[in-house]
Every structure is written in structure tokens, then in C-alpha cells.
Design a binder for this molecule. Structure first.
Ligand code: C2E
Ligand code: CA
Ligand code: CA
Length: 785
């Protein structure tokens, strides 16, 4: 006995299984004892006892496992009740194996209706279990074909010889006892059909019942041979297969999986598979073979065989036709499924392709234009993430419905991805018509959606591509790609808009894609370099440190400006690796200068950090390692972060900055004044320096600009907070002087030096400091004069 119970069937306590095993061991022992004639006077009671047990086990099984559909079980139970009665009758008339003209037919007339009830019961199982009528008929036909094929063979080699050659047995007796075999053949076939047709798990109860039916068939064959006096077998041996049949049956109704025998099962629709067609062909070959064997048979014999053969052939052909038809049906279903989206029922990407081709062709005929709208729902991810996928799906379904209802009857809507819908329009004559219709499509989203009782306001970005059907480059792919580029643009310009594609967009996008592609290999191909821009002490004129600035020299494009590749590196996450490399280079370089240049032990290095580097807490460990490896003191390194980087997630940023700060490094706020322009939040972060943006330094020389006031305010406030200041983009002496007057500590800009490669730095330091000395000298002589 298998003790495993699937969760769906409910776990069975182990002791029940154990007590059942004991019960079955006793049953087996009795059957064996009886077969060897050891039961003595108890022997006649065994068979009725088993049928009664089968009856009761059915009732107990139904009570215990409480199957939803009960009538097939009760029908089965009554079948066994009849078997019980038939058995008693047989004992009473003692007819088994006793061949007289006066042999009582009563036991058989009671038992055969029992078979009918069992058959009806099995029909009930099929009905409860296989809800799909088509599949149910197929299974019945399969079972019928198998049963008839088996019957033909049985007829040839078993029934016919037994029934027609035992001339000394009355014909009605011969016919009656022969009836058992076809009945049990059918029971075996239909039980097998049910057990194997049901998709999903193979139930233990199914296997046990199939075993029971097989034993029953074996018993019936032996019984018939005995009754027709073909063989002589002692009664207690005849009973063995029957007894085993009952035992297996009892086990099947007491097994927990019995419940699932009347529960709906998923079935695979059975098409014309190679296996199935071959089995049917084999079944069809049997009549042919039969006729070979029976060429000289008597007419009566041929009539019976002919009848069986005709029925078998018709059933087999019917089955084949159905199988072929089901193939055609599943093919149609497959085509539909492969061209349609299962959620909204709208055409999918493949279906859309066909739709666009059709419309391009009809537009060519009517010399009009085709337009494709790519509608991308704004912030759909937010809806999906905050309300869950089911909600998101329901929302998308509604979007699909609204779009379908909102378009012109000649147009088509498709869904080609998560939240991407496409509208294809034909019969357009002017381009402005397309944009107008695009705005109408946006209007579809103006009223909020009600999903699962919640009101959802949403908007859509529409990318429009218009195609001239006479142009060979107007293909579905090209239209969708252009609409995709346009929708990208629409999202970029603040969402909830419609943008018509134009070729310049494609250039922008393709350039960006090329940058992205080549940037991936820039590091390993040694195309990247770090340049250094000196930072100068405004009062003493001495170089206090450097800012490390990344440079990319592309083999064909030449120097690529950081502003056009760093955002790409940030979007793609490449900045993580590149940034780590810059950090290593810069620290290694500073360590070298500190070791080789005179009076260099106070030189500092500033390295820029992107927002996504700050999102990854591995940065702390990375900085610590680079410091250790370069041998620099911690305070020689400063990391530069922009205001917007910090404000993206202030709490997380503050946490990470504190951890970085605890390494002992310096932190500075870059491009200060361009973002939030609020000094208040400076207190939230452990900042050492603010870098005043170039925009405020530019106009400093004009006396009455507000920039001067602003710089003064920044310097004053920073001073109060104990924060240092660096002015960026210092280009003129005038600016430098104003900054010094305003109290700014350090300056950086073209006035002193552009960012240059490392090898040029020592000379630059000498020049910058010599110039400063020269100026100081000039000032002193001026004063003394
Ligand atoms: P940033 O951090 O504000 O760097 C200062 C920028 O101003 C540099 O531009 C520098 O060349 C430029 N500059 C310096 N002095 C003057 C001046 O007197 N006049 C003018 N007009 N410009 C001056 P660059 O090198 O083109 O870098 C642009 C931006 O790229 C940097 O702005 C920074 O945000 C980013 N960047 C550069 N290297 C890295 C890096 O290694 N990592 C990260 N994450 N970003 C970097
Ligand atoms: Ca910077
Ligand atoms: Ca800056």
C-alpha cells in the first residue's frame, strides 16, 4: 500500500494506513488458505464475506472521504450487493461447475445486473471527473474500441470455442456464462480509459480499481471455461482471482485518493497523435486478421464475428474522424493564441504585424497614409507595484476595452507588452489628422478608471509614426520602432503627451545607443583616462589639491565630452565599474605625487561620485580598500556629490555618508546652488566643503549682480557651519579677486589650469605657484611704492 497522500487529498493519519495494511494481510491470508483448501468448513463463507466487505467498504469510504459526487459510489455499492446475493444464490443452488439441464440460472440473472450497475457507476465517475463532453466521448470511444478489439480476439480464441463447441451444455447457459467476459472486458477498458485519460496525477485508487477489474476479467474467463466444461478447475481456485478483485476494490475505496476519483480532472484534449492513430489502425487490422482465421467457419459464427467487426470498425473510424477534427480545432486555437494576447483578447505583437501589413496594402490602394500609435501608460509600474499584479491586469483589461471602444471601426488596437498598446489607423490624408486622433486617444484616459472598487487616475504617452505606404521602407517593424522612439521622447518631455516621430529623434537615439555600446568596452580597451584640475588656495596662491575628471577618447569619435557619456554610464550602471576605476587611479596618482613632489604632503584629491554609486553600500568598503592600497591618509581624499544625488533619497544618503565619513575622508557638495539652493539641509549631511557652481562665479565681476550677494551668503553660512568653500569655473583674475574678498577659500578654473593629464601636473603646479608669487610680489611693491 502506498502511504503517500497528496496535499489535495488531505493527509491520512498513519495509523489508519497501518490498520488497513493489517486488514489486507488478513484478507490475503484467507484467500491463500482457501486456495490451498485450508479454510475447511469456512470456505463457502469467504466469497460472500468479500462481496459484503466490498459493499460496506464503499459505504465507509464515501462516509470517510466525503466525495462531492456520491451516486456513482452508491451505484457501485448496489452492484456489489447484487454480487453478494448472486453468490449466496450460487451457493444455495450449488450451480458452480455443476452441469445439468436443470442448472439454475438464478445466480447469473442476479449477478449480471450487478455488472450493469458497476458499468453505470463507472459512467458516473467519467461524468463527474471529465467535465469536458468532447473529451468524455473520446475516452468512451477509446475504451469501446479497445474493448471490441479485445473482444474480437476473445471471441476467436475463447468465447467461440467455448460457447459453440460445448454442445452438451444448454445454449442459454453457454450464452449467459459467456456474457460475463465481454462485460468485464468493457469494465477493464473503461476503468483504464478513465485512469489514463485524466491528466495530472495518477491516483492510487485508480490503479487499485484497474487491478480489481483485471482480476475480475481473469476470474470471468476461468469461470466461463469452467462452466462450458472446457477445463476442470476446483472451485476454490476459481474463486482466487475474484477474491483478489474484491480485495483490490476494497483497497481502492478505502484509499484517500478515492475522493479525487469523482472530482473534476484536467484532461488533455487528445488529438491525432502518432500513438493514437497507430492503435486505431491496429484495432482496424484485427477484423482482417480475424477473417483470415475464420475463413471456413460456420455461418452463425461468422455472423457474430461480422457483427463485432462491423461495430469495431465503425467505432474506430468515428474515433479517428474525431481525432482529426480535434487536431484541426486545436490548430485553429493555436493560431488564435499565437496571434492574440490572452489578457485582453487583443491582437499581440504577431497579430499586430499582420494587421499593419493589411492596412499598408489597403492604404496603398487608396493612396492614403497609415499611422501607428504606441501608447505607453504613464507610471503603470507604480500601479502594478502598489496594488499588485491582479489589480494591474484588471486595469490593463479596462484600458484595452476603452481603447477598443474609442477607436474608429476600421482601426485596430493591439497589446504588445506589459503596458504598451498599439493603435493602427488607416485612411489618413493629412498628418495633422494623426496628431488629432492621438490627442483623442489620450482623452480616453481623462476619466479615472475604477478597478476593484478603487479609483485610478492615469494618463498615457503616445508616440506617433506615420507611414507612406508607397515607400518600401514602410514596414510594420519600422513603424513600431519609430513610434517607440517617439514615445520615448514623449516620456522624456514630461509624459501625458503625444509626440510625432521625426528623423532627428532616430539620430539622437541611435547615437545614444552607439555611445552605450562602445562605452561597455571603453574600460577594457584603455580608452578612458583621468585628468586632473588643480584646486588653488585663493589667499596664498598655492595648489591645495586636484579634482579628478574622467576623459574618454573614442577611436573614431575622438574626445567625447563627459556630459554626453557620463549620463549614459549612469543609466546603464556602467558608472559603478568606471567610478571604481577612477577612484583607484586618482588615489594611486596622488600617492605618487605625495611621494615624489616637494612640499606635497598636504595635497588633496577630489573624486566625483554618481548617485548610483551611492545607492550601492559596497562603496564604503571600496573606498576603504583603495585608501589602504594607495597608502594615502584618509583625509587626503574628498568625494564630491551633487545636491540632487543627496536629495534622491535623503535618509539613505545621510546614512551612507555617515559611514563614508567615519572612514575619515572629506565630503563635498558639488554644483552648489543649482539644485535645492538651501543651506538648511547641509546640516543633515556630514559635509566638509561646498563647491559653488560656475554659474554664480561667471558674473561676479559686475558690481550689482545678485550672484555676488548669493555667493556672499553661501560663504557666510558655510563659514558659520564650519564648512569650507571652493569656487568652480574661475576664469579671470577679476573673479578670483572678488572671491577672495567674499571670503571664499579655494578656487578652481581655467584661470589656473584646465584639467590636464597627470604628467603635466608637476609643471602646472610650479607655474601656478610662481604666478601667485609674482602677483604677491607686485602687490607688495605697489604698496611700498
Ligand atoms: P563637475 O564635477 O562640475 O566638474 C567640473 C567641470 O567644470 C569639468 O567639466 C571641468 O572641466 C569644468 N571646468 C573647470 N574649470 C572651468 C572653467 O574655468 N570654465 C569652464 N567653462 N569649465 C570649467 P568636465 O570635465 O567636462 O566634466 C563634466 C562633469 O562630468 C563633471 O562636472 C562631473 O559631474 C562629471 N564627471 C567628470 N568626471 C567624472 C567621474 O569620474 N565620475 C563622475 N561620476 N562624474 C564625473
Ligand atoms: Ca565635481
Ligand atoms: Ca561642479
Amino acid at each position: 500500500m502506498e502511504t503517500t497522500a497528496t496535499p489535495a487529498l488531505g493527509g491520512e493519519p498513519l495509523h489508519t494506513t497501518r490498520s488497513m495494511t493489517v486488514l489486507f494481510a488478513i484478507g490475503f491470508a484467507c484467500i491463500a488458505a482457501n486456495a490451498f483448501g485450508l479454510l475447511g468448513p469456512l470456505s463457502p463463507a469467504l466469497f460472500p464475506a468479500l462481496t459484503l466487505a466490498a459493499f460496506m467498504a464503499t459505504i465507509v469510504g464515501v462516509r470517510r472521504y466525503d466525495p462531492e459526487v456520491r451516486w456513482p459510489w452508491y451505484t457501485l455499492a448496489f452492484g456489489f450487493a447484487l454480487f453478494f446475493a448472486g453468490g449466496i444464490a450460487r451457493e444455495a443452488t450449488d450451480s458452480l461447475g455443476v452441469l445439468t439441464v436443470h442448472r439454475s440460472l438464478a445466480p447469473d440473472l442476479i449477478t449480471i445486473p450487478g455488472y450493469v450497475l458497476v458499468t453505470v457507476g463507472l459512467f458516473g465517475f467519467a461524468k463527474a471527473r471529465i467535465r469536458d463532453t468532447v473529451a468524455r466521448i473520446d475516452i468512451a470511444l477509446d475504451a469501446g474500441v479497445a474493448a471490441l478489439a479485445a473482444l474480437t480476439v476473445a471471441w476467436l480464441f475463447l468465447l467461440n470455442p467455448a460457447v459453440f463447441t460445448a454442445e452438451n451444455v444448454p445454449l442459454q447457459v453457454r450464452l449467459l456464462v459467456a456474457a460475463y467476459v465481454p462485460l468485464s472486458v468493457f469494465l477493464v477498458a473503461s476503468t483504464a480509459g478513465l485512469a489514463f485519460a485524466a491528466g495530472g496525477q495518477q491516483l492510487v485508487a485508480d490503479k487499485l480499481r484497474l487491478g480489481a477489474m483485471t482480476f475480475l476479467l481473469i476470474g470471468d474467463v476461468i469461470f466461463m471455461l469452467l462452466e462450458t466444461q472446457t477445463v476442470a478447475i476446483p472451485k476454490h481456485i476459481v474463486e482466487v482471482p475474484y477474491a483478489l478483485a474484491y480485495l483490490s476494490y476494497i483497497a481502492s475505496v478505502l484509499h484517500p485518493s478515492m475522493r479525487a476519483q469523482t472530482e473534476p480532472n484536467p484532461v488533455r484534449r487528445s488529438g491525432a497523435t502518432v500513438g493514437r492513430v497507430s492503435v486505431i489502425a491496429l484495432a482496424l487490422a484485427i477484423p482482417g486478421m480475424a477473417s483470415v482465421f475464420r475463413l471456413s467457419a460456420p455461418t452463425r459464427d461468422r455472423l457474430v464475428l461480422g457483427g463485432i467487426v462491423l461495430t469495431l470498425t465503425s467505432l474506430a473510424i468515428l474515433r479517428l474522424v474525431r481525432a482529426l477534427r480535434s487536431n484541426a480545432r486545436s490548430e485553429a486555437l493555436l493560431t488564435y493564441q499565437s496571434t492574440h494576447d490572452s489578457l485582453t483578447g487583443l491582437p499581440n505583437r504577431v497579430g499586430l504585424h499582420h494587421e499593419i501589413i493589411e492596412r499598408i496594402e489597403s492604404a496603398r490602394a487608396s493612396s492614403s497614409m497609415v499611422a501607428v500609435f504606441l501608447c505607453d501608460i504613464d507610471r503603470f509600474k507604480l500601479i502594478n507595484d502598489s496594488y499588485g499584479h491582479n489589480f494591474g491586469d484588471a486595469f490593463l483589461e479596462q484600458v484595452g476595452d476603452r481603447l477598443r471602444a474609442g477607436i474608429r471601426p476600421t482601426d485596430v488596437v493591439a497589446r504588445i507588452g506589459g503596458d504598451e498598446f498599439v493603435v493602427v489607423l488607416s485612411h489618413l490624408h493629412v498628418e495633422s489628422e494623426a496628431l488629432e486622433l492621438a490627442h483623442r486617444t489620450q482623452q480616453i484616459f481623462a476619466t479615472p478608471f475604477t478597478v476593484h472598487g478603487a479609483e485610478i487616475a492615469s494618463s498615457v504617452s503616445v508616440g506617433v509614426a506615420i507611414g507612406d505606404p508607397s515607400d518600401v521602407t514602410t514596414t510594420p517593424e519600422a513603424l513600431i520602432r519609430d513610434a517607440d522612439i517617439a514615445v520615448y521622447q514623449a516620456k522624456d518631455s514630461g509624459r501625458n503627451t503625444a509626440v510625432v516621430f521625426d528623423a532627428s529623434m532616430r539620430d539622437r537615439i541611435s547615437h545614444r545607443l552607439a555611445v552605450e555600446r562602445d562605452l561597455r568596452h571603453a574600460l577594457e580597451r584603455h580608452e578612458l583616462a583621468v585628468h586632473y584640475q588643480p584646486i588653488v588656495d585663493l589667499t596664498s596662491g598655492r595648489v591645495s589639491g586636484f579634482e579628478a575628471l574622467l576623459r574618454w577618447s573614442h577611436p573614431t569619435w575622438g574626445q567625447v565630452a563627459p556630459m554626453s557619456f557620463i549620463p549614459v554610464a549612469e543609466d546603464t550602471g556602467l558608472i559603478i565599474d568606471i567610478g571604481a576605476w577612477v577612484l583607484e587611479q586618482a588615489c594611486g596618482q596622488l600617492a605618487e605625487w605625495r611621494a615624489t613632489l616637494p612640499r606635497s604632503n598636504r595635497l588633496q584629491m577630489s573624486v566625483n561620485l554618481s548617485a548610483c554609486q551611492l545607492r550601492d553600500s559596497a562603496i564604503v568598503e571600496q573606498v576603504r580598500r583603495v585608501l589602504v592600497e594607495s597608502g594615502l591618509p584618509q583625509d587626503a581624499l574628498t568625494l564630491e556629490l551633487t545636491e540632487s544625488t543627496l536629495m534622491e533619497n535623503p535618509a539613505a544618503a545621510a546614512e551612507l555618508l555617515n559611514r563614508l565619513k567615519s572612514l575619515g575622508i572629506g565630503l563635498s557638495i558639488d554644483d552648489f546652488g543649482t539644485g535645492y539652493s538651501s543651506l538648511a539641509y547641509l546640516r543633515r549631511f556630514p559635509v566638509d566643503v561646498v563647491k559653488i557652481d560656475r554659474a554664480f562665479v561667471m558674473d561676479l565681476e559686475d558690481e550689482d549682480t545678485s550672484d555676488a550677494t548669493l555667493v556672499a551668503a553661501i560663504v557666510a553660512m558655510a563659514g558659520a557651519l564650519g564648512i569650507g568653500t571652493v569656487a568652480e569655473g574661475v576664469e579671470t583674475m577679476g573673479q578670483a579677486r572678488r572671491l577672495t574678498d567674499l571670503g571664499c577659500d579655494l578656487g578652481q578654473g581655467y584661470l589656473y589650469s584646465r584639467p590636464i593629464e597627470a604628467a603635466l601636473i608637476p609643471a602646472a603646479i610650479n607655474r601656478i605657484e610662481a604666478e601667485a608669487r609674482g602677483r604677491l610680489q607686485a602687490v607688495r611693491t605697489e604698496k611700498s611704492a
